[in-house]
Design a protein around this ligand. Structure first.
Ligand code: ADP
Ligand code: MG
Length: 338
């Protein structure tokens, strides 16, 4: 990296040819390059086993690096111990100590560092105030709601004054209702604190709801980096289109394309042109009706119709139809990201 590149202070985390090989064969993380902007919410997204946690743990210093570098605000931290890096980690379902008060949970890492009791309690109280939990400092985790526990976990992670907060599937153990509430809180706190968050998830929906930048991984490689809008509207590869969902991958003479299922046009079989298909599934989803179809040369095709459109012309199970799409809605797919 040369100093002529983008100013280091605007990049919180930079990964350079970062590689982790646990055993012979395919590396778990295979020479990835990535720059994460300061103050952004970055989500590492991908299916189980693609290398997300390994990447996060190498940033945190909880996992050794086989080769390559980790830079934090331009400083090479590859060989620094976790506690000296300027990163902090928040774990699945917050991992608070159940027998300690909120205050003692937050102060815990300062206690381990030998900070005197009065000082560590004052700093922990300060942080609890910052996340609007000052009045509940003496409660134990079992006496707090899920949202309050998350704030305590956040305060506990922030007490080391990290530049970057690392979160590994922090919401995945929660029930769906709480998960949606908690992710809104995470997003709000990230913006208020102005910190860089790097959040690992296997949920496309969660990543799209949270991220400024999504990094989609597949088999140890980065497949695409972009805003949720960019990735959802212009999936670079077949893998991304299928993994994100809501897209049809279709074979055309020019190669594979992706078309969003709400951008598909459907017409009765008598229509002059279009791809012949047969309806195999009709699913009412409230605002939309989701049609499943078999089409020549494409598997698992779907069409999302607004409820009112379906209401005017209800398609039936087993009906033969024609499918088409406007050219601007067809996105060419590369076999593999560049
Ligand atoms: P993800 O978080 O995306 O599910 P991981 O980073 O945990 O993926 O794992 C990536 C790959 O590395 C997987 O094949 C996994 O089995 C392997 N792996 C992860 N941790 C270890 C380990 N400590 N020892 C050996 N292999 C591991
Ligand atoms: Mg993981």
């Amino acid at each position: 990296m040369s100093p002529a590149d983008a100013p280091a202070r605007s990049i919180a985390v930079e990964l350079v040819a970062l590689t982790k090989r646990y055993a012979q064969g395919q590396p778990a993380v295979d020479s990835i390059d990535l720059r994460i902007a300061s103050g952004s919410y970055c989500c590492l997204l991908g299916p189980s086993g693609c290398g997300k946690s390994t990447t996060l743990r190498m940033i945190a210093g909880h996992e050794t690096v086989t080769s390559g570098d980790v830079l934090l605000e331009g400083r090479n931290i590859t060989d620094l111990p976790a506690a000296a890096r300027g990163t902090a980690m928040m774990f699945q379902s917050f991992a608070l100590f159940p027998h300690l008060t909120a205050l003692d949970n937050v102060a815990f890492s300062l206690k381990m560092k030998g900070v005197a009791k009065a000082e560590r309690q004052a700093r922990a109280q300060d942080l609890l105030e910052r996340v609007a939990m000052g009045h509940l400092a003496q409660r134990k985790p079992g006496e707090l709601s899920g949202g309050q526990q998350q704030r305590v976990a956040l305060a506990r992670a922030l007490i080391t004054q990290p530049r970057v907060l690392l979160l590994d599937e922090p919401l995945s153990a929660l029930d769906p209702f709480l998960r949606i509430q908690m992710r809104a809180e995470l997003r709000r706190w990230q913006k208020e604190l102005g910190l860089t968050f790097v959040h690992v998830t296997h949920s496309q929906e969660e990543a799209m709801a949270l991220a400024d930048t999504m990094v989609v991984m597949n088999a140890g490689l980065i497949e695409q980096v972009g805003s949720p809008h960019e990735i959802y509207n212009r999936p670079a590869t077949e893998f991304i289109a299928r993994f994100m969902g809501g897209h049809n991958v279709l074979d055309t003479p020019a190669g594979k394309i992706a078309v969003r299922n709400d951008h598909m046009r459907i017409a009765p079989a008598a229509a002059a042109d279009g791809l012949p298909a047969r309806i195999t599934d009709v699913e009412y989803q409230g605002t939309y009706v989701l049609l499943g179809l078999d089409a020549a040369g494409a598997s698992g095709v779907s069409v999302m119709l607004p409820e009112a459109v379906f209401g005017e012309r209800p398609y039936r199970l087993g009906e033969d139809v024609r499918l088409s799409w406007a050219p601007p809605h067809a996105h060419p797919l590369a076999a593999r990201a560049a």
